[in-house]
Design a protein around this ligand. Structure first.
Ligand code: F6P
Length: 329
C-alpha cells in the first residue's frame, strides 16, 4: 500500500511520535508512506514531505528523533476549502493521481468528519489516530496530547498558586477545551484546585460565591478556580465579573493559558500512546479496516467507526468531579 499520513486541526504534543510509528511500521511491512504537509490544506496543494533525495516518500531516517519533538513536523491546518464539495472532489482526484491507497489522519473530530466526507468521493481506506489535547473523542480513553497539555497546565497553576498565596488572592485560570471539560477537570484535580467550571456541569455563580465564603471562614488564603474556555457561562473573564457582582470574598485575577498548552515536548504517556496508535493504525489498514479510529480503551487496542467518535460529547467521569468537590475544603 501507499499510505498518506498527515496531522490536522490543532496540533497536539505526540503527533510526531505517531507519524514516526506509522512510517516505521509501514516500511517494515513493505508499505510506502507519503507525508502530507499542512493537513487537508496541504493535500489540496499537493504539498508532500520530501526526503533527502527530494522524493515525496518518507524513509526510516525521515522520522529520526521525532518521538521527543513538540508541535507537528508535518505542520497542521484548519481547512475551509475541504468543507466544500468541490474541495472534496479535488482531494479525491489528487489522491488517485498520486496512487495513494490509504490515509492515516491524525487529528480530532473535525479531521474525522472530513475523512467521512472524503470517503464519499474516494474509495481508499482510512484509519485515523486521535490527536487532540481536548480528549473529547469517543473510542479511546485518552487522545494524543492530552497528558502533556494537562501537565503543562498543572505546572502553570502551581506557579500561579505561589503568587496567589503571597497576596491572598483567587485566580481564575482558563484552560483549553472548546466543548470539553477534560483538561480543566484533570488540571484541577492534579493541582489541588478549589473548583472547576466546565461545560458538562451547571456553573452556579451564587453557589460558588457561597462556597468561597465558607472556604475563607475556614482559613483558606488562596483559591484556584480552573475554567474551561467552553464553560456555558463564558470564559474566566466573564466569570470574574459575575462573581464580583455576587460579592466574591476574594480579590481575583484571571490567567488564560491558551496555546501554551499545545506546545512543548510530549510526556512519556503521550509518546507511548502515539507510538502504539500509529503502529496499530497501519496494522489495522493492512488487515482491511477502514472508516475507523484507532484507540486504546482499558489497555486494549480498539477500532471505533469515525461516526461514533464524534456522535456525542465524551462524558466526564462523574467520580472525578465528586472527588474534586470532596477534597476542595
Ligand atoms: O481542539 C484543540 C484546541 O486547542 C481547542 O482546545 C481550542 O479551543 C482550539 O483548538 C483552538 O484552536 P485554534 O488554535 O485554531 O485557535
Amino acid at each position: 500500500m501507499r499510505i498518506g499520513v498527515f496531522c490536522s486541526g490543532g496540533d497536539a504534543p505526540g503527533m510526531n511520535a505517531c507519524v514516526r510509528a506509522v512510517v516505521r511500521r509501514a516500511i517494515s511491512t513493505e508499505n510506502e508512506v507519503v507525508g502530507i504537509q499542512r493537513g487537508y490544506q496541504g493535500l489540496l496543494d499537493e504539498d508532500f514531505f520530501l526526503n533527502v533525495k527530494g522524493e515525496p516518500r518518507m524513509t526510516l531516517r525521515s522520522v529520526s528523533g521525532w518521538s521527543r519533538l513538540g508541535g507537528a513536523q508535518l505542520r497542521c491546518s484548519r481547512c475551509e476549502e475541504f468543507r466544500t464539495e468541490a474541495g472534496l472532489v479535488k482531494a479525491a482526484g489528487i489522491l488517485t493521481k498520486h496512487g495513494i491507497d490509504a490515509l492515516i489522519p491524525i487529528g480530532g473530530d473535525g479531521t474525522f468528519r472530513g475523512a467521512v466526507d472524503l470517503m464519499k468521493h474516494w474509495n481508499g481506506k482510512v484509519v485515523g489516530c486521535p490527536g487532540t489535547i481536548d480528549n473529547d473523542l469517543i473510542g479511546t480513553d485518552f487522545t494524543i496530547g492530552f497528558s502533556t497539555a494537562v501537565q503543562t497546565a498543572v505546572e502553570a497553576v502551581d506557579k500561579i498558586r505561589d503568587t496567589a498565596e503571597s497576596h491572598e488572592r483567587m485566580f481564575l485560570v482558563e484552560v483549553m477545551g472548546r466543548h470539553s471539560g477534560y483538561i480543566a477537570l484533570h488540571t484541577a484535580l492534579a493541582s489541588g484546585a478549589e473548583g472547576v467550571c466546565i461545560p458538562e456541569t451547571f456553573t452556579d455563580i451564587a453557589g460558588i460565591t457561597e462556597q468561597l465564603r465558607v472556604l475563607k471562614a475556614r482559613g483558606k488564603t488562596s483559591v484556584m478556580m480552573i475554567v474551561a474556555e467552553g464553560d456555558e457561562r463564558g470564559g474566566a473573564a466573564v466569570l470574574q465579573k459575575e462573581l464580583a457582582a455576587t460579592g466574591c470574598p476574594f480579590s481575583t485575577r484571571v490567567v488564560v493559558l491558551g496555546h501554551l498548552q499545545r506546545g512543548g515536548c510530549p510526556s512519556s504517556e503521550d509518546r507511548i500512546l502515539a507510538s502504539r496508535l500509529g503502529n496499530y493504525a497501519v496494522s489495522a489498514l493492512c488487515n482491511g479496516a477502514t472508516a475507523a479510529m484507532a484507540g486504546v480503551c482499558g489497555g486494549a487496542n480498539t477500532l471505533t467507526p469515525f461516526r461514533e467518535t464524534f456522535k456525542e460529547h465524551k462524558k466526564l467521569p462523574a467520580d472525578l468531579i465528586e472527588l474534586l468537590e470532596r477534597l476542595a475544603m
